[in-house]
Design a protein around this ligand. Structure first.
Ligand code: CA
Length: 231
């Protein structure tokens, strides 16, 4: 599946040109000409944002900051005609991942975009003790994780739950299965079902870009859950 880019750029000719070139590279491109349009367009389907800094209704640096404050972890590549290094520093501090100065060489921009996408999406890989999925790396022995939100170590029960999901990757698992296999409880009841929901909420908070719209830890209505390493 090709990456979906959000291009935030108000200069009409430049934007049109970039959309054509990015699409020629195989990307799907959504164009926003203002901060307001960008805020509407941003969502879990966007893989990378190319962000101009001077926009008619605001500042790209502020927009990057707002996206990060809202918990959006999507890679952001700034386009800046501002020459001062303090703008670059401010942009990176606001949460941008890289920047390209205007006027830019198209190949340089395409290279930066490809590098950011490579860094952002480790291919899902299950083998040995290391699990990579989405923006996460987990050691399934120690429970140590590197996620887009930082480092953490899973509790024993969280790790046991994750390992069970990994074993059953891409398959639906029922709440009863989880209680039996993870919690060692043969006879489920309502209270314990809520416990599972609490634990799922924690895994989503740690590992999902948008815990409200999980890509990896899906709810299967009426049955239970499904872990999709590839999202
Ligand atoms: Ca501009």
């Amino acid at each position: 599946m090709s990456a979906h880019l959000l291009l935030v750029e108000d200069e009409v000719r430049l934007a049109r040109n970039l959309v054509l070139n990015l699409e020629a590279e195989g990307y799907t491109v959504t164009h926003a000409a203002t901060c307001a349009e960008a805020r509407t367009a941003i969502g879990p389907d966007i893989d990378l944002v190319v962000l101009d800094l001077t926009l008619p209704d605001g500042d790209g640096i502020e927009l990057a900051e707002q996206l990060r404050d809202a918990g959006t972890l999507v890679p952001i590549c700034m386009l800046t005609a501002r020459s001062g290094s303090e703008d670059v520093v401010a942009g990176l501090a606001a949460g941008a991942d890289d920047y390209v100065g205007k006027p830019f060489d198209l190949d340089v921009l395409l290279g930066r975009i490809a590098a950011l996408l490579r860094r952002a999406s480790y291919p899902a890989r299950i083998g040995g003790d290391e699990l990579a999925f989405g923006h996460n790396m987990v050691n399934l022995s120690s429970g140590q994780c590197t996620t887009a939100k930082g480092e953490r170590t899973l509790t024993a029960l969280e790790l046991r739950l994750l390992r069970y999901f990994v074993k059953q990757a891409d398959q639906p698992v029922s709440r009863d299965d989880l209680l039996r296999e993870v919690w060692d409880i043969a006879e489920p009841d309502r209270v314990r079902t809520r416990t599972i929901d609490t634990f799922l909420g924690r895994l989503r908070k740690y590992f999902e870009d948008d815990p409200g719209k999980p890509r990896h830890f899906r709810t299967e209505h009426g049955t239970g859950y499904r872990f999709l390493p590839k999202g």
